[in-house]
Write a protein that binds this ligand. Structure first.
Ligand SMILES: Cc1cc2nc3c(=O)[nH]c(=O)nc-3n(C[C@H](O)[C@H](O)[C@H](O)COP(=O)(O)OP(=O)(O)OC[C@H]3O[C@@H](n4cnc5c(N)ncnc54)[C@H](O)[C@@H]3O)c2cc1C
Length: 426
C-alpha cells in the first residue's frame, strides 16, 4: 500500500515507486510544473522529449489527485462533445478541437508501449443507454465522431449489449473499440518514471504556496524555490486558491468509487465477458469495469463542492446492485472519493497568465484522455507552436453565478434538474 494516497484499491495494488524528496533551496529549470497528475506529468514528459529541463512540484505524491483515483476508463472526446464545440467556436478552431478529440487515447497507448508501463491496459469501452432517447443520442454521437474520421464504433441493440454486460438495465449502447481501461495510478507512476528516465526531477511533499510572476517567474514551496522560464499550473481540483484568476470559473466536485473483493472467475466473466469498461449515458453517470484481479470497480454519484461523503459504500453500493443484483452477497473491500474540476460549459479551461504561466484544468469528469492531450498541446505552445493551444484557449468560460460562495447550491440545483431528467428519461 502506498502511504499518503487515499485508501483506494489502486494505492493497495500500486507498482513499487521511489520516495521523491521535497524541494530544498533555490533551483533553476526551463519549466516548473505544479502538480503531478496526468496533466502535469504528461506535459513534463512531452517537454523532456523535446529537450527542456523540467522540475515537477507535487503537494503530496505522484497520482495523489484524480489521476490516481479515477475509474480508469479511457473515454474518447471531451465531457461535452464536439457538436457543442462546433456551436461555440468559429469553424476552423472547432475543427482543430474535433480532430484532437481522439488523440489522448493514442498518446496513452503510445506511452504505455514506448516506456513499457505495466498498467493493465485493455481495449473496449461501452456507452450504455438506459432509454430510447439515449440510444438516439448515441446514434448521433457515432455519426459525429465518424465525421471526424473516427471509425471504431459499433451500435449495440438490446440483445448485443446483454452479450457484453450481464445487466437488464440497458436498451442498447455503443461499443468504442478504441476506448478501454487502465490501472490509473500505475499509469501515472509509470509516466513519472519515464519523466525521471529523461532527466526530469519530481519533488513530492512540495506544495506550491506562491507563484511570483515576472520575466522568470519564481515558484515557492515551504522549503525551496524554482526559478523558471515557464510555469505550468496542473493542480486541477486540488489547486485551491493558489491562482485566484482560475478559481472563479471552476468548481471542485467529488465522485465516489467502490471495489469489490475478487470475484470468482466464472462470475467475473459472466458480468463482462469481453472485459469492456462501461459508463451509462446519464448526466450523473455510473461507470464500472473489472480490475486485472477480477474485482468490480464501480463509480457513481457527484458531491458538489468536493466535501467527502461520510459513507461512500452506502452511497455507491445501491447503484452497483441496481445494475448487478446478482452481486448482493459480494463484499466491498475499498471505497474512496476523488475530486474532479467542473466548469460551467464542462469544457476544459486552458490559457496563459501573462507571457509565461500556462494552465489546463477543468475537464469536468472525462479527463483521462484529455489530460494526456493537454500535455502535448501545452508543450507545443511552450515551443512557440500555439495554434492548437489557442484553439483550446478560445473556449469561453464564465464564473459560476453568485461567485464562489453560491457555487455549490447553484450546481446542486443543476444536478437535481439533470438527475430528474435522467430518471424520467427525457
Ligand atoms: C473518482 C474519479 C473517477 C474518475 N473517472 C474517470 C474515468 O473513468 N475516465 C476519465 O476520463 N476521467 C475520469 N475522471 C477524471 C480524471 O481522473 C481527471 O480529469 C484527471 O485525472 C485530472 O488530471 P489532472 O492531472 O489535471 O489532476 P489531478 O490528477 O487531480 O492532479 C493534480 C495534482 O496537483 C497537485 N497539486 C494541487 N495543488 C498543488 C500545489 N499548490 N502544489 C503542488 N501540487 C499541487 C495535487 O496534489 C494533485 O496530485 C475521474 C475523476 C475522479 C475524481
Amino acid at each position: 500500500m502506498l502511504t499518503d494516497h487515499t485508501g483506494s484499491y489502486y494505492a493497495a495494488s500500486a507498482n513499487p515507486t521511489p520516495q521523491r524528496p521535497p524541494l530544498q533551496g533555490l533551483v533553476e529549470a526551463d519549466v516548473c510544473v505544479i502538480g503531478a497528475g496526468y496533466t502535469g506529468i504528461s506535459t513534463a514528459l512531452f517537454l523532456l522529449e523535446q529537450g527542456f529541463s523540467v522540475r515537477v512540484l507535487e503537494a503530496v505524491k505522484v497520482g495523489f489527485g484524480a489521476s490516481g483515483r479515477n475509474g480508469g476508463q479511457i473515454v474518447n472526446s471531451y465531457s461535452r462533445d464536439i457538436d457543442v464545440i462546433e456551436r461555440t467556436l468559429p469553424a476552423p478552431q472547432a475543427r482543430l478541437l474535433g480532430e484532437m478529440a481522439f488523440e489522448g487515447g493514442r498518446i496513452i497507448r503510445d506511452r504505455v508501449q514506448r516506456y513499457g508501463i505495466q498498467c493493465d491496459l485493455k481495449d473496449g469501452g461501452i456507452f450504455a443507454a438506459l432509454n430510447a432517447k439515449q440510444m438516439q443520442h448515441l446514434q448521433a454521437q457515432k455519426a459525429l465522431w465518424e465525421r471526424y474520421g473516427y471509425n471504431h464504433l459499433e451500435m449495440l441493440d438490446g440483445t448485443d449489449i446483454r452479450q457484453r454486460v450481464d445487466s437488464q438495465r440497458y436498451v442498447g449502447g455503443m461499443l468504442d473499440r478504441q476506448g478501454g481501461h487502465i490501472h490509473p495510478l500505475n499509469l501515472v507512476l509509470g509516466e513519472a518514471a519515464a519523466v525521471e528516465s529523461l532527466g526530469g526531477v519530481i519533488h513530492e511533499h512540495s506544495a506550491v504556496i506562491r507563484v511570483e510572476p515576472g520575466e522568470r517567474p519564481l515558484v515557492h514551496t515551504a522549503q525551496g524555490q524554482v526559478r523558471a522560464r515557464f510555469v505550468v499550473v496542473a493542480g486541477n481540483a486540488y489547486l485551491g486558491g493558489l491562482i485566484p484568476q482560475l478559481a472563479a470559473k471552476s468548481m471542485p466536485c467529488g465522485t465516489q468509487v467502490i471495489t469489490t473483493a475478487p470475484l470468482d472467475e466464472e462470475l467475473a466473466r459472466s458480468l463482462l465477458p469481453e472485459d469492456d469498461c462501461v459508463e451509462d449515458c446519464n448526466y450523473l453517470l455510473d461507470y464500472y469495469r473489472l480490475s486485472a484481479d477480477r474485482r468490480l470497480i464501480y463509480g457513481g454519484g457527484v458531491v458538489y463542492g468536493a466535501r467527502d461523503p461520510a459513507n461512500v459504500e452506502a452511497l455507491v453500493r445501491p447503484k452497483l446492485l441496481k445494475t448487478f443484483p446478482q452481486l448482493a452477497d459480494v463484499k466491498i473491500d475499498y471505497a474512496w472519493t476523488g475530486n474532479f474540476l467542473l466548469t460551467l460549459s464542462r469544457l476544459p479551461q486552458v490559457g496563459r497568465i501573462g507571457d509565461n504561466i500556462y494552465y489546463s484544468q477543468g475537464c469536468s469528469g472525462h479527463g483521462v484522455t484529455y489530460t494526456h492531450l493537454a500535455g502535448k498541446v501545452l508543450a507545443e505552445a511552450l515551443r512557440g507552436q500555439a495554434e492548437r493551444f489557442d484553439a483550446f484557449a478560445a473556449l469561453p468560460h464564465y464564473p459560476f453565478p453568485g461567485g464562489r460562495l453560491l457555487q455549490v447550491p447553484f450546481s446542486a440545483l443543476g444536478a437535481l434538474y439533470y438527475s430528474l431528467r435522467d430518471r424520467l428519461g427525457i
